[in-house]
Design a protein around this ligand. Structure first.
Ligand code: C2O
Ligand code: CU
Length: 488
């Protein structure tokens, strides 16, 4: 799309939406693209084992000069929470305590577990109580995450910082010569942005974008990394913004894993797009960089197609941001000496996945993204989310093709609970090699139709539903969510 048509499309968008000024706040447009002072990237602590105690409570964090910002954190963190490390095949016990003064839930995003353990809107944790689900880890090694999923409160609780990463390990991944020393050559990277009120509190009235980028809750983040192969586990934890990630010298890097685990082989790219809720693991080679040199991981978000979250030109208001339609830094990297056990080559083969094909599907469902016109909420098939409504019923062990149709006014991020699927078609053209693996979330462009195939195995219930929804938490809260049962 040319700049002019992008501009026209944006004008149409503004006309359709009206110009909602309700959350306008006083912000000083400043150094969002160049910043010479950096803060050290916070690396979340880890919890490893079979029993995990999580406590969500209010916290605060010094995020900018002046007053501290009111936040939420798990286990005493100032924003976000510990990284949970678990092994495939283990039976694990979760003890989630809610020390907030409001209800929450904790969802294990990407996990293949019974619906009643899933932590969706139905598994409410009241204040001062503990929820204790237990389940077997059936997912492949990969990067997953936990976050609140209380209907109509997900956006706000996420905005305050409630969430955390989960790393699953398995024997296939462990046998590969990949960087895996957490915090040294295996770096968790949670990308989002925040907007501030003049008293330094986060803006929590509904808006699509923050004004200041953060990585692991750190603005203008920097890290020193060894001169060797380094892996990043990247999560897009935004509201609507997509990330078109790359490095400041345009070097190639490898995508090794999608939402649900390793790709068959590394995919070499110079850019990778990540929509809200998606994860990607990448490996970048720093072995030829000079000790003392630096480079940036950046969001190359200027001139994206209309419908890519953050492509809008405006800088303020509900759909504006100081970061919109710009390239901006997500992480400043300083190169230091190699470690003694440095990984020096990317394995050429990672694993052997057997994906579902379009022809394996015995049922085909079509779900349309509707609504969103003239201030109305987005819906699926013209139905807003209903807590007691079952929108789809799947037979246990069925292999199904779900076709999502977005003849609508903006792009979205579509997520299905319970299963990992294979993207089998995109009407806009080819499926990128870097999204050819197991997925639970994908970007759907404006005007696009995307089909995915999955097997709905292992867990059936005639009463407890799983969710499917747009992973933009503001859209999900407003009703762009449906429920499905998997029944015997
Ligand atoms: Cu990340 Cu329905 O969830
Ligand atoms: Cu959406």
């Amino acid at each position: 799309m040319t700049k002019i048509s992008l501009f026209l499309a944006s004008l149409i968008f503004i006309v359709i939406y009206g110009c909602n000024k309700s959350d306008d706040i006083t912000v000083t447009p400043s150094t969002t693209t160049t910043s010479l002072t950096y803060n050290d990237l916070w690396i979340p602590p880890t919890i490893t084992g079979k029993s995990f105690d999580l406590t969500l409570a209010k916290s605060s964090k010094q995020l900018r000069s002046g007053a501290k910002t009111a936040t939420y954190g798990y286990n005493g963190s100032e924003f976000w929470g510990p990284t949970l490390i678990m092994n495939k095949g283990d039976f694990i016990q979760m003890n989630v305590t809610n020390n907030l003064s409001e209800t929450t839930t904790t969802h294990w995003h990407g996990f293949h577990i019974p619906a009643i353990m899933d932590g969706g809107p139905h598994q409410m944790i009241e204040p001062n109580s503990t929820w204790k689900p237990s389940f077997e880890i059936k997912n492949n090694a990969g990067t997953y995450w936990y976050h609140p999923h209380l209907h109509e409160k997900t956006f706000e609780q996420l905005t305050y910082g409630a969430g955390g990463l989960i790393i699953i390990k398995d024997p296939i991944e462990s046998a590969l010569a990949l960087p895996r020393t957490y915090g040294t050559d295996d770096i968790p990277l949670v990308l989002t942005s925040r907007r501030y009120n003049s008293d330094n509190s986060f803006t929590t009235t509904e808006h699509a974008y923050g004004d200041y980028a953060m990585a692991n809750g750190t603005h203008d983040a920097q890290i020193s990394l060894p001169k060797q192969l380094v892996r990043f586990r990247i999560l897009n934890a935004e509201t609507e913004r997509g990330y078109n990630l790359g490095f400041s010298d345009n070097r190639s890097f490898y995508v090794i894993s999608n939402d649900g685990g390793l790709l068959d082989a590394p995919v070499s790219v110079t850019r990778v797009k990540l929509a809200v809720g998606e994860r990607v693991e990448i490996v970048v080679d720093l072995s030829k960089d000079e000790v003392g040199s630096s480079l940036d991981m950046k969001a190359y978000n200027a001139n994206q197609e209309f419908g890519f979250g953050g492509s809008e030109p405006q800088t303020t208001g509900q759909f504006g941001s100081l970061l919109n339609n710009k390239d901006f830094n997500v992480l400043h990297i300083n190169v230091k000496g190699a470690t003694s056990n440095a990984i020096v080559a990317v394995p050429t083969k990672l694993t052997t996945n057997t994906y579902w094909k379009e022809s394996d599907a015995t049922t085909v469902r079509t779900i349309k993204i509707t609504g969103g016109q003239a201030g109305s909420a987005f819906t699926f098939d013209n139905n807003t989310y209903g807590f007691t409504t079952i929108n789809q019923t799947v037979k246990l062990d069925a292999i199904e093709k779900w076709t999502i149709v977005n003849n609508n006014i903006f792009g979205h991020s579509f997520h299905i609970h319970d299963i990992q699927f294979k993207i089998v078609s995109r009407s806009s053209g080819a499926i990128a090699n870097y999204e050819s693996g197991w997925k639970d979330t994908f970007y759907i462009r404006t005007g696009e139709t995307v089909s995915v195939v999955a097997k709905y195995d292992d867990f059936a219930s005639s009463t407890n539903p799983f969710m499917y929804h747009c992973h933009f938490p503001n859209h999900e809260d407003a009703g762009l969510m449906g429920q499905f049962l998997v029944t015997q």
